[in-house]
Design a binder for this molecule. Structure first.
Ligand code: NAD
Ligand code: IPM
Ligand code: MN
Length: 369
């Protein structure tokens, strides 16, 4: 059996708490002979700022490059608000994404049957929900230049962020979305704002051309981002795959999380191009942040992080059976009534992060038999 090198970057706030539960799941898979991992742990974000003065040390980036896949908890928090902009914890995560060329961020929003009543929407609007948000992750306003604050002659200031997209960047993310759609509901909604943004005009043009040339069998619609936000809350099940830019994808995925019950439910995969040898750089992380309001209280939902491990097994290692077991264990734990506070109803018995991790481990062991 191949032994895969996993780099664990727990990060800040609830990051280390949810990562600890993933380590337990990894151990069970190893003991059962379903997967074999060599794990290393390193610092990222505020934890790295405290130790090294930078949110991602060069040595950590080198370890990330050498790993077969990376699991990341979360970065950031109020402790580092005074740190220089270039060295803020979030800059470490952005550098990882940019330097490893992780342009494709997959953010699935699934409504687990047991959680239909935990959604912010009525049960009938979310029952069976299965949306895949494909977020472009290494371009757009996050990385465009110039990005600066300058002082004007009158002493006031001017802040600039730049939204940039090239044909190549749009084409490669659209391909990811169309390819995924073919394996799912065969429908893509492309989201931009061509009515006010040049990058939106080019986005729509490139997606339209690619669709006509190579993906005419996939149903395509174009949606303006503001309308898409409204439609997600009005009738979310109309969507199969959504493809959008870095900023719109960030915002729409947090909104989509509440359809499933909680931000603590959404996993993600950040993928690079497939290389000549068939491998691709990949980082897996929950969609949520470091949740400073609940950090250190054993209150975080670890399911987004555990679900990110399942995506890693599936997308990086082709371990579909192990991935199904982990996803199934999450489904079983929820069906058995396991609830952290964020997804609890009035009559639920509330578990902590560790309790939820235990419930998943127990469900996994019983599936393994
Ligand atoms: P957040 O995602 O950390 O939290 C938003 C809300 O959701 C909070 O009320 C929090 O308690 C809740 N929440 C988040 N994850 C949860 C979980 N697993 N279980 C239960 N409840 C959960 O967003 P924020 O508060 O806006 O940001 C806090 C910090 O995290 C900031 O520094 C931000 O930059 C950073 N951040 C990091 C990432 C990342 O590392 N990928 C993502 C988003 C935000
Ligand atoms: C996310 C986060 C990050 C983003 C931050 C922490 C840089 O919100 O992964 O969704 O904006 O991409
Ligand atoms: Mn976000």
């Amino acid at each position: 059996m191949t032994t895969y090198k996993l780099l664990l970057l727990p990060g800040d706030g609830i990051g280390p708490e949810v990562m600890a539960e993933v380590e337990r799941v990894v151990a069970v898979l190893g003991e059962a002979g379903l997967a074999s991992f060599e794990t290393e742990t390193d610092l990222v974000g505020g934890a790295a700022v405290d130790a090294h003065g930078v949110p991602l040390a060069d040595a950590t980036l080198a370890r990330a490059r050498a790993a077969d896949a990376i699991l990341l908890g979360a970065v950031g928090g109020p402790k580092w608000t005074g740190v220089a902009y270039e060295n803020r914890p979030e800059a470490g995560l952005l550098r990882l994404r940019k330097d490893l060329l992780l342009f494709a961020n997959l953010r699935p929003a699934l409504c687990y049957p047991a959680l239909a009543d935990a959604s912010a929407l009525k049960r009938e609007l979310v029952e069976g929900l299965d949306i895949m948000i494909v977020r472009e992750l290494t371009g757009g306003v996050y990385f465009g230049e110039p990005k600066e604050i300058t002082t004007l002659p009158d002493g006031s200031k001017r802040a600039v962020d730049t939204q940039v997209y090239t044909t190549g960047e749009i084409d490669r993310i659209a391909r990811v979305a169309f390819d995924l759609a073919r394996k799912r509901g065969n429908r893509v909604a492309s989201v931009e704002k061509n009515n006010v943004m040049k990058s939106g005009v080019l986005w729509k043009e490139v997606v339209t051309q690619l669709h006509a040339a190579e993906y005419a069998d996939v149903e395509l619609e174009h949606v303006l981002a503001d309308n898409c936000a409204m439609q997600l809350v009005r009738r979310p099940k109309q969507y199969d795959v959504l493809v959008t830019d870095n900023l719109f994808g960030d915002i729409l995925s947090d909104a989509a999380s509440m359809l499933t019950g909680s931000l603590g439910m959404l996993p993600s995969a950040s993928l690079g191009e497939v290389g000549a040898d068939g491998t691709r750089a990949a980082l897996y992380e929950p969609v949520h942040g470091s949740a400073p309001d609940i950090a250190g209280k054993d209150a975080a939902n670890p399911l987004a992080m555990i679900g990110s491990l399942a995506m890693c097994l599936r997308y990086s290692f082709g371990l579909g059976e192990a991935a199904d077991l982990v996803d199934g264990a999450i489904t079983d734990a929820l069906a058995g009534g396991a609830r952290t506070r964020d997804i609890a109803s009035e009559d639920s018995k509330v578990l902590g992060t560790k309790g939820m991790g235990e419930a998943v481990v127990a469900a996994l062991k019983s599936r393994i038999g």
